[in-house]
Design a protein around this ligand. Structure first.
Ligand code: GLY
Length: 369
């Protein structure tokens, strides 16, 4: 199965290719004379982490080398806590040692952390070189790898340092998901459900029609292809309308206001990103219902999907709701002191709401204790 989704940005359009066993074709697709993404003969620095590289590194390097590229590898430790400027320095060191030039490119083989860091290194090395995203987690496939948000964390906050830098190509090979830990698969499913709620009712209904969503093994090849292509299409459409998040793109943060607050409050150890977003979507659903933007039935349909994906729907036990409210004030989405939430408006649409009172937020959170 193979689908191509275009991200039609005026200055730098690119494709997202979703293809079964696509890793083997990375080299030829990059070298395709019709697109000339990176000229054969150029240097490619492959950035990955040891676990992912062990599974897929050889296959990717063989495909790139066969297409005529000179490839070297930079391996970084896995995990959000290594998403730092120190890791970026390691990529720069490897780029320097390899004498990476303006026409060279970086290739990110990994999850969102590897993709974001490789993109940031590419945005800044020699004031910007090309890069290619080969995401290996569901979350990175449907969200992080598309749209050009790159960066690292500051000790005081997630993704505070970064740049917009679009990839030349995103290659998604769904077969790699078989080695993704099940908890990570479920985390990615939170972002998929997000697109169903905020943008694509048909995707929402396709998810509803599936018996289970909580493990790679229960999702058919056809449904997985639908999930990936529809999610990437949704992201591409939103990004094409608002590349730098001047307005519409903010709806992609559905569930993320409370979600980021939870991640930060639990020091990125209690709940992972997808789990936090799932809880945030339930909270936003309660807020929308209280405002009459959503019926109880719509909120219940969302809740059922989140449960089916094996994701949490309540606040972590013992969580201090007041502390969570304080944490929200430090969020990037705060606008002149007011926390902005993304609220659904029926199914398939959402908007940025900046006038929720503290009481409305508290009431939603209290329903989730
Ligand atoms: N992950 C949200 C965005 O790309 O805008």
């Amino acid at each position: 199965m193979k689908s191509i989704i275009s991200v039609p940005l005026p200055d730098h359009p690119y494709d997202v290719v979703v293809a079964t066993d696509g890793l083997a074709f990375l080299g030829p697709w990059l070298a395709d004379p019709a697109t000339l993404r990176v000229k054969p003969g150029q240097k490619l620095l492959l950035v990955s982490n040891p676990a992912i590289f062990k599974h897929y590194g050889e296959r990717v390097i063989a495909s790139l080398a066969e297409a005529g590229y000179a490839v070297q590898t930079c391996l970084l430790p896995a995990g959000e806590r290594y998403k730092t400027l120190k890791s970026i320095q390691k990529i720069y060191d490897a780029a320097l040692a390899f004498r990476l030039e303006r026409q060279s490119a970086l290739v990110a083989l990994g999850g969102g952390v590897i993709g974001d860091m490789t993109g940031f290194a590419a945005a800044t090395w020699l004031r910007g070189v090309r890069f290619i995203q080969v995401p290996t987690s569901l979350l990175a496939m449907v969200d992080a790898s598309i749209g050009g948000k790159t960066g690292v964390n500051h000790p005081q906050g997630k993704n505070l340092i970064g740049a917009f830098h679009q990839p030349q190509l995103v290659l998604i090979d769904p077969t790699v998901l078989k080695t993704l830990p099940p908890r990570e698969f479920r985390a990615g499913m939170a972002e998929v459900i997000k697109y169903g709620v905020i943008w694509d009712t048909a995707l929402f209904e396709a998810l509803e029609a599936s018996e289970r969503l909580d493990h790679f093994r229960y999702v058919s090849e056809e449904l997985l292809h639908t999930i990936l292509t529809r999610s990437c299409q949704a992201k591409a459409e939103v990004v094409a309308q608002d590349e730098k998040e001047a307005g519409l793109r903010a709806i992609l943060n559905y569930g993320h206001t409370i979600g980021h607050g939870l991640e930060s409050l639990t020091r990125y150890r209690g709940v992972n990103h997808g789990e936090a977003v799932a809880i945030g979507m339930v909270a936003a659903g309660h807020m929308a219902t209280a405002r009459g933007l959503w019926t109880e039935a719509e909120a219940l349909r969302q809740l059922a999907l989140i449960r089916k994906a094996g994701l949490p729907t309540q606040l972590p036990e013992g969580l201090d709701v007041e502390a969570l409210l304080i944490t929200l004030q430090g969020d990037k989405k705060v606008d002149q002191g007011r926390v902005r939430f993304i609220l659904p408006q029926g199914l398939g649409a959402a908007f940025v709401c900046g006038d929720l009172s503290r009481e409305e937020v508290l009431a939603a959170l209290r329903r989730m204790l």
